[in-house]
Design a protein around this ligand. Structure first.
Ligand SMILES: Cc1cc2nc3c(=O)[nH]c(=O)nc-3n(C[C@H](O)[C@H](O)[C@H](O)COP(=O)(O)OP(=O)(O)OC[C@H]3O[C@@H](n4cnc5c(N)ncnc54)[C@H](O)[C@@H]3O)c2cc1C
Ligand code: SF4
Length: 501
C-alpha cells in the first residue's frame, strides 16, 4: 500500500508510513513514559459479560459489554509500540494497530477510530467477530514472550463504539467524483468494504442486494447477542452518507442481468455474493421434519421474526436440540436454540475441541450457557416417529487418526461404538457452498470444481475483464475480515485498471 504524506507530498510505502508515525514526537514521548517491563507486567484486561444464566434466555441482548475508558487506556499501555509491529502482519486489511492503540493510551479515542477507518470499513463489526486469536493477536510480541496478547480486538471495538456513541462520526476524505459507475453484487462484508474504498476514490457506487436487508451474513447469520443489527446499520449508514447507493430485493442474474448492468453504464462489477448454499451429509433421515440447515434456522430467526410464535412462519423451538458442526455458525445456532428454550442443546462434532474452527470465545460462551459438547461423535442416521418428525439420532463414536489435507487430525470411526440420543430438532451446520447463480448467469466466468469464482490472486480479477470477485464466493465459507481484505484488494486493482483505460 502506498500513502501520500501531506506535508512532504511524497508517496510512502506502508513500512515507511509505520516508521514515520512511530517517530512522531508524541509517540516517542509515550514510549519513554513507561519501561517495557512495566508494560509487559500489566495483566490483560477482562471484558464484562452478561451473566451466563440470564443471557441463555435472552436472544436480543449482547453478551459482551465492552471496555470502560479506564480499562481501554490501561490495556493500551500493554502495547510496546514495536518498531516492526508483527501484529499488523496478522491483519488482512492492514490496520495500523500500534497507532490506533497509542491514541487510546493518550485518551484520543476519536483519533483511534479515525486510524481504524483508514483501512477498515467495519471496525465495530470486526472488533466483535474477528478471530483475533488466530490473526493479529496471535502475532503479538507478548505471545512470543509467553504472555497474553494485547487485546487488540477489544480495543478496536472500544474505539469504534466510542466514536459511534459520541455522535461525532467522522466521514473519511472523499476524492472528487470521477463520474465512473461501478456495481457491487451482494452487501456482505466483501461488498461493503469494496463499496467504501471505491466511493472514497470518487466512483459512483451501487450495491445490489437480493434480500430485503443490507449486510449479508452480518444481518442474516450472526445473531443479535453477538453482533447487534444497530451496529451494522450505523456502518451502512456511514457508507450511504459517503454516497453509496443501495438497491434491495434485486437478484443480479435474475432481476437484472450482466448485460443490463453494462447497458446501465457500469464499467466494473465486483461480485461478492457469498456462500449461502448449505451442505448436508446425505445420511438417512435428513429429510425428516425438524432437521434443517443452520442457514435456514438462523435466517428465519434473525430476518423473519420466526422466534415469534405469532409470525407467519414460526420456527420449531425444540427442547432437545443437536447442532452438527464446530464452526461459528454451529455455535450461533446452538446458542440461539438455547435461548429459544432448549433444555438440552448439544454440539455434535466429529473431531476434538482442539480442531474446532469456531472462535475460542464462542466456544467458551456456549459452554457457560449450558451447551453440551459431544466431540468425537458423527451422526450416521436420524430416526423419525410415525408422523415423520425427528425423534432420535444415531452417532458414530470417532477417534483422531493421522493429519489430513487441512493439517488437522483426521477423525476415524471407532468400530462398533454407536450411541443413540433423543432429539426433537437437528440443525446441520457442516459448511456452505457458493451460491451458483452468478457463476451460471455471467457467461465467461471461470468456476472451480467447488463452485467458487476463479480470480487472480493479486487483483481479484475474473476471466471476464470487467468482473472482479471476493469474499466467500471466491474462498468458500471464510471470515469477515478475509472478505473485507478481498474487497479492498479488488477496489485497488479495479481503480488502477480503470484509470489505465
Ligand atoms: C452464522 C454465521 C456466523 C459467522 N460468524 C463469523 C465470525 O464470528 N467471524 C467471522 O470472521 N466470520 C464469521 N462468519 C463467516 C462470515 O460471516 C463470512 O465469511 C462473510 O460474511 C463473507 O462475506 P461475503 O461478503 O463474501 O458474503 P455474505 O456475507 O454472505 O454476503 C453475500 C450477500 O450477497 C447477496 N447475494 C447473493 N447472491 C446475490 C445476487 N445474485 N444478487 C444480489 N445479491 C446477492 C446475499 O443475499 C448476501 O447478502 C459467520 C458466518 C455465518 C453464516
Ligand atoms: S505486536 Fe503487540 S505489542 Fe507490538 S505493536 Fe503490535 S499489539 Fe503492540
Amino acid at each position: 500500500m502506498l500513502k501520500r504524506n501531506k506535508e512532504a507530498d511524497w508517496i510512502m510505502t506502508t513500512e515507511e508510513l509505520i516508521a514515520a508515525r512511530r517517530a512522531e514526537p508524541w509517540r516517542e514521548a509515550l514510549r519513554k513514559s513507561k519501561k517495557n517491563k512495566e508494560r509487559t507486567d500489566l495483566a490483560r484486561v477482562k471484558m464484562s459479560e452478561l451473566n451466563p444464566e440470564y443471557r441463555s434466555h435472552t436472544r436480543l441482548e449482547e453478551v459482551n459489554l465492552g471496555l470502560t475508558k479506564e480499562q481501554a487506556m490501561q490495556e493500551a499501555q500493554r502495547c510496546l509500540d514495536c518498531p516492526n509491529p508483527s501484529c499488523m502482519k496478522g491483519c488482512p486489511v492492514g490496520i495500523h494497530i500500534p497507532t490506533f492503540i497509542k491514541h487510546i493510551e493518550c485518551g484520543e479515542f476519536l483519533e483511534a477510530a479515525k486510524t481504524l477507518k483508514e483501512t477498515s470499513a467495519l471496525p465495530a463489526v470486526c472488533g466483535r467477530v474477528c478471530p483475533q486469536e488466530k490473526q493479529c493477536e496471535s502475532q503479538c510480541i507478548h505471545v512470543k514472550m509467553g504472555k497474553p496478547a494485547v487485546a487488540i480486538g477489544y480495543l478496536e471495538r472500544f474505539a469504534a463504539d466510542y466514536e459511534r456513541e459520541s455522535g461525532q462520526i467522522a466521514l473519511p476524505e472523499l476524492a472528487p467524483k470521477n463520474g465512473i459507475k461501478v456495481a457491487v453484487v451482494g452487501s456482505g462484508p466483501a461488498g461493503l468494504s469494496f463499496a467504501g474504498d471505491m466511493v472514497k476514490k470518487g466512483y459512483d457506487v451501487t450495491v445490489y442486494e437480493a434480500l430485503h436487508e443490507i449486510g449479508g451474513v452480518l444481518k442474516y447469520g450472526i445473531p443479535e447477542f453477538r453482533l447487534p443489527n444497530r451496529i451494522v446499520d450505523v456502518e451502512i449508514e456511514g457508507l450511504r452518507k459517503m454516497g453509496v447507493t443501495f438497491v434491495k430485493d434485486c437478484i443480479v442474474g435474475k432481476t437484472i442481468s450482466y448485460e443490463d448492468l453494462h447497458a446501465e453504464g457500469y464499467k466494473g462489477i465486483f461480485v461478492a455474493s457469498g456462500a449461502g448454499l448449505p451442505n448436508f451429509m446425505n445420511i438417512p433421515g435428513e429429510n425428516l421434519v425438524g432437521v434443517m440447515s443452520s442457514n435456514e434456522y438462523l435466517t428465519r430467526v434473525n430476518l423473519m421474526d420466526a422466534a415469534n410464535p405469532e409470525s407467519d412462519t414460526p420456527v420449531l423451538q425444540g427442547k432437545r436440540v443437536a447442532v452438527i458442526g464446530g464452526g461459528n455458525t454451529a455455535m450461533d445456532s446452538v446458542r440461539t436454540a438455547r435461548r429459544l428454550g432448549a433444555d438440552r442443546a448439544m454440539i455434535v462434532y466429529r473431531r476434538s475441541e482442539e480442531e474446532m474452527p469456531a472462535r475460542l470465545e464462542e466456544v467458551k460462551h456456549a459452554k457457560e450457557e449450558g451447551v453440551e459438547f459431544l466431540t468425537l461423535h458423527n451422526p450416521i442416521e436420524y430416526i423419525g416417529d410415525e408422523r415423520g418428525r425427528v425423534k432420535q439420532m444415531r452417532l458414530q463414536v470417532m477417534e483422531l487418526g493421522e493429519p489430513d489435507a487441512s493439517g488437522r487430525r483426521r477423525p476415524v470411526p471407532v468400530e462398533g461404538q454407536i450411541v443413540t440420543i433423543d432429539v426433537d430438532e437437528v440443525i446441520v451446520s457442516i459448511g456452505v457452498s457458493p451460491n451458483p447463480l452468478i457463476p451460471r448467469a455471467f457467461s465467461g466466468l471461470e468456476v472451480s470444481k467447488k463452485g467458487t469464482i476463479v480470480v487472480s490472486e493479486e487483483e481479484m480479477r475474473s476471466a471476464l475483464p470487467d468482473v472482479y470477485a471476493g469474499g466467500d464466493i471466491v474462498r468458500g465459507g471464510a471470515t469477515v475480515i478475509l472478505a473485507m481484505g478481498d474487497g479492498r484488494k479488488a477496489a485497488a486493482a479495479m481503480d488502477r485498471n480503470l484509470r489505465k483505460g
